[in-house]
Design a protein around this ligand. Structure first.
Ligand code: LIP
Length: 262
């Protein structure tokens, strides 16, 4: 697939879904389902429908693997991976920290490679983009990860995915990290955590139990900005443990967590 054209249509779809999010920022939202640490909104579905319609108007044969469902063969050689609203609980509570995440993946052997990534934050009017092998950009300007090489000067984000076992896994890591870093942040959007590391606002992001659609776009943006997207598959479909960082901090993070991220 022509990556320039793929990027262009992914940006169009992300902007359209972002506009729908923004228009509904302060509205009362219809909840489709809720759990102790999660909420599914009717708007998640509407945003995914909008994104799919735009993507498939240009690439009708490319499958879509989305948080709200799959279209086509998710094991095809090329697939879109989308999270129509990443940070759904924030958005449901009218906290303006959520985004649209769209990635294009291409199969290489048994693996899928993230080739194109778009993350759109409509609240800050920010658009992060990357095509593998080229520079990552924020609103069209090239971005790079930070050069902070010590945890003591690092801002580190920790994510708590929606199941209790992830809390149990991450809380001990949080307890070890907090006294050793400049600041901890728990922001609620994996995609924004990844692109904040990509543009140097943060220096690392850790989460266990995060899903593919939360991270695929942010991963290629982070790597294209010089960062490291360390990840390990966990039991459960499309589920990962990740240690994303500016390329300088993982050894210290691993020493701290005694190989948690192995
Ligand atoms: C969210 C992730 C976040 C994780 C949440 C949730 P969603 O995605 O971005 O990192 O901690 O549990 O999975 O559900 O808002 O698309």
């Amino acid at each position: 697939m022509d990556s320039k054209r793929a990027l262009s249509v992914a940006v169009e779809a992300a902007m359209a879904a972002g506009n729908l999010m923004y228009r509904n920022w302060r509205t009362q939202k219809r909840v489709n389902s809720e759990a102790m640490h999660d909420i599914k909104l009717e708007l998640d579905e509407r945003c995914q429908e909008k994104i799919c319609k735009i993507l498939r108007s240009v690439f009708p044969k490319v499958a879509v693997l989305g948080e709200e469902g799959t279209v086509g063969d998710p094991l095809a050689d090329e697939r879109w991976v989308i999270d129509p609203i990443d940070g759904t609980v924030n958005f449901a509570y009218q906290i303006p920290h959520a985004c649209v995440s769209i990635a294009l993946q291409q199969r290489q052997g048994n693996e899928y490679v993230n080739c194109v990534g778009v993350v759109r934050d409509p609240f800050c009017d920010e658009l992060w983009t990357a095509v593998r092998g080229k520079a990552a950009r924020l609103n069209g300007k090239k971005i790079r990860v930070s050069q902070r090489a010590r945890l003591s000067e690092a801002v580190v984000s920790v994510g708590f995915a929606k199941y209790d076992e992830n809390l149990k896994k991450m809380l001990p890591q949080l307890e070890k990290l907090a006294p050793r870093v400049r600041k901890i942040r728990i922001m609620g959007s994996a995609a924004l955590d990844l692109v904040y590391v990509a543009c140097g606002r943060m220096d690392a992001y850790l989460e266990s139990g995060v899903r593919l659609w939360d991270i695929a776009a942010g991963a290629v943006i982070l790597e294209s900005a010089g960062g490291e997207f360390w990840h390990r598959a966990l039991p459960g479909e499309h589920t990962y443990h990740i240690v994303a960082n500016n390329g300088l901090l993982r050894p210290e993070l691993e020493r701290l967590n005694q190989g948690e991220s192995k």
